[in-house]
Design a protein around this ligand. Sequence first.
Ligand code: 5RP
Length: 226
Amino acid sequence: MNEAEKSKMLVGKEAAKYVKDGMKVGLGSGSTAYWMVKSLGERVQEGLSIVGVPTSAQTEKWAQEFGVPTTNLSEVSALDITIDGADEVDQNLQLIKGGGGALLREKMVAIAAKKLLIIVDQSKVVDHLGSYPLPLEVTPFGWELTAKRIAALGQEPIIRLNGKEYYLTDNGNYILDCKFGKITQPEKLHEQLIQIVGVVETGLFINMTDTVIVGNQGEISVLEKK
Ligand code: 5RP
């Protein structure tokens, strides 16, 4: 296992400790969230009683595999905590998410929770968002026109592919990856993008994160909302 993977495992295990008996837990997506779901599964085997709301079909499969009971967002009015990965975290705990294509469900599950806990390895912590291309979930209907409207903001988006096909989200939508470069005003950019008809959601998670657990070379540090 390489250093990055070890950090992901470390923060995934650490995050699972934040979950207490009786909690309703949003289960994030991606390779870091995998370790959190696995650790929760181990705690469930030891007697922890929780229910999870997965943010993707893949996470649902992992929850089943590791024995974490699940429900869906329509069945629960509020979650105690959501634990998820991220593609970038800036100094104000603003995020880029959606590298795995699950950004819409991730955002819906994040805002349903009293606390959003993000788990990353050090490589994801940045001074400014934007090195990582910003994912946007868009409707397949008329996506080319949506892409042109996004391009008018400065950068030509790239349609995400799965082999030779367009990548499809769990919601049946497409993803446009946008290299805006350094994002100095993430909130403003989100507002501009979300107003474009055809954009279903952006990967900018603004003012949502309470805590970030960062793993680096076997060590853990915790960043809290100021
Ligand atoms: C999926 C996400 C993931 O949380 C993000 O891509 C981080 O993934 P990983 O932990 O595999 O690096 O937003 O839509």
